[in-house]
Design a protein around this ligand. Sequence first.
Ligand code: NAD
Ligand code: IPM
Ligand code: MN
Length: 356
Amino acid sequence: KKHFKIAVLPGDGIGPEIIESALKVLDVISKKYGITFEYKHGLVGGAAIDETGDPLPPETLKICKESDAVLFGAVGGEKWDNLPTDKRPEKGLLRIRKELELFANIRPAKAYAPLLSSSPLKEEVIKGVDLVVLRELTGDVYFGEPRGREVRNGERVGYNTMIYYEHEIKRIAKVAFEMARNRRKKVTSVDKANVLEVSGLWREVVNEVHADYLDVDLEHMYVDNCAMQLIRRPKDFDVIVTGNIFGDIISDEAGALTGSLGMLPSASIGERYAFYEPIHGSAPDIAGKGIANPIATILSAAMMLEITCKLPQAARDIEKAVEKVLEDDYRTADIWSPGTKKVNTAEMTEEIIKRL
Ligand code: NAD
Ligand code: IPM
Ligand code: MN
């Protein structure tokens, strides 16, 4: 296939800035590899609320369903922070994930040699880290019912339900073991089975699926311990498989390990659709200044080239260009350190393109 329909959803805050960078990189790749992209832009998040009152207008969902892949920026911002949970920008993103059944969220984190000094950890701890957080994305306390806020006995209560169906655990566990087979053959399943029934089931089902993958090592770890081990001995992790909320938290931690949240891409996959977004948010504190790190989004586009467009070589080109730019000491503010060259979003993008 040489022609791809891409839904482009920039969203809020730095979303439009970083998406612009990714599209510039894709332009170059499209010429180099003789493929074409047909972009359809859609409103999502706060931008969609302002325009239509709905964080995920039907038109946007339609564009996504008619595309080969979705490229997403970020959503959210102070302006919409007082809306009820159900009407917030973030709900737009959650509804897309659910509607497209994007149950497997792949969040790779690796230590780039030139960035070792940007990590809050000692160089020898972080050097060589290469892990993937595989986060279940359409279940858990994010979507469980019942949920709500109400008044009971004269005081306010809020509640959610942490729930997993067996089939949801089974399919994400399979993805984890398959992925580990192509890597270092180790899966760490993260849960809170010492306290939660839902985690007890998680552990049981992961063990059952493991029976078909005995060539892969499986270990179980409680999420609190995992949060700690990740900063003590991050190199020991290969594939970390976990539920929606633990995966959300653990993957931000993995982002900080390797230097900046602004470096981490992601792909979300289901049976039919594929969705690519950086793991970070709309970064309201730096939005509009043109200084956001575009690398997470550019690397998300690289994941799209590999997974959706089946062009692993193009993905490697982008990864290599990113590595070279870092070796040549170009840094956006979030990864800057004394002695390196500080560049803004557009300059970083240009430097990456020059090396493609
Ligand atoms: P955030 O990820 O937006 O920002 C956390 C910190 O990291 C900020 O200091 C920010 O400046 C920095 N940062 C993030 N991405 C960066 C980049 N590319 N370059 C440089 N620095 C970067 O998280 P937050 O501040 O907790 O949330 C802000 C808003 O984003 C909230 O409304 C939240 O709900 C939303 N959010 C959206 C997504 C998403 O759309 N997928 C993800 C997380 C948070
Ligand atoms: C992420 C974000 C989202 C999540 C929010 C914005 C709904 O934090 O993609 O990591 O919690 O999944
Ligand atoms: Mn998150």
